[in-house]
Design a protein around this ligand. Sequence first.
Ligand SMILES: Nc1nc2c(ncn2[C@@H]2O[C@H](COP(=O)(O)OP(=O)(O)OP(=O)(O)O)[C@@H](O)[C@H]2O)c(=O)[nH]1
Ligand SMILES: [Mg+2]
Ligand SMILES: [Zn+2]
Length: 321
Amino acid sequence: MTNEDGRMQGVVLRAHSGHCRVLCEHREVDCRLRGRLKQGRQEARTVAVAGDRVELEMAPDGSTGVIEAVLPRTNKISRMSSKRDRGRVEQVLMANLDQVVVVQSVSRPDPVAGFVDRLLVAAERFEVDGVLCLNKVDLAPDVAAEARWSYYETFGCRVLRTSAETGEGVAEFGALLKGKTSLLLGASGTGKSSLLARATGMELRVGEVTEKTGLGRHTTTLTELFPLSEGGFIADSPGIRGFDAWDLEIAELRDAFPDFHEPGYQCRFTTCIHRDEPDCGVKAAVTAGRIPSWRLDAYLGMLKDLDQGRVDHSGQRRRRS
Ligand SMILES: Nc1nc2c(ncn2[C@@H]2O[C@H](COP(=O)(O)OP(=O)(O)OP(=O)(O)O)[C@@H](O)[C@H]2O)c(=O)[nH]1
Ligand SMILES: [Mg+2]
Ligand SMILES: [Zn+2]
């Protein structure tokens, strides 16, 4: 596609310090960013990310290009950079997506309490569909976590059970991706790349889970988008240890727990954040066993992080940008 300036349009497949691989007219082209697009070193990584639609000027021989403009995003997934000492830096993982597929192994690595909840909150915060994919169902599951999974379905979250090893559920996983732009997100070693390879036949690097710690080895190092033969795109991403959604307000965090909405109507205060307030409908629902206590714990853990983040990063309350 060409616009009136004679520029081509493309989709960024991967981006790394000002260099991007762009899919343009069924070809992959290495591009650099036009200097004026870079807004200083720290922001450079947010200017163009996987999934961004861009306008580019192609070299006469068509071998390389220069990104002249990044088109407005329909949405994005972004988080606070984990390099906390540098202050508050936004890290955009991906732009223009339809869904986040949270990949969690039922064991090896074992699920960490609150982690899936955290990733689903990120999807809610950025108004992207969140799906939970439980992988490695061929292994004996971590018993403590097993009881939790079916709860997610009770508030409308789709839950898939897969094994990249035996192929169980992989057809369903493939069907989920069809025609959509998806991002695979999860801890290292949960099997994101393995699942993707099994579902699409692509050759991707996978890494052993460390015998001693049961953790992954951070095999995938860059978020990369792949076009699917049946339409749509899928992004594989590096394993993450934590995720603090960028620019998350307390009220947004509260609203990102769909199972709290209805009991929340019983809270005495409409501003209740279900922490210290009296007559809280959500806490009553936990006491009555309608909401499991680990869900409230996951929420309160994130609330605490949010409170601390506000002080740690700037010493003053954050303002929406
Ligand atoms: N038993 C079993 N092993 C699996 C399954 N899926 C993946 N694995 C193994 O888990 C290990 C990690 O798989 P990867 O696909 O590299 O995991 P990843 O999530 O991409 O990890 P990072 O790239 O580090 O984030 C490899 O040894 C895989 O063979 C599964 O369904 N069952
Ligand atoms: Mg990987
Ligand atoms: Zn409440």
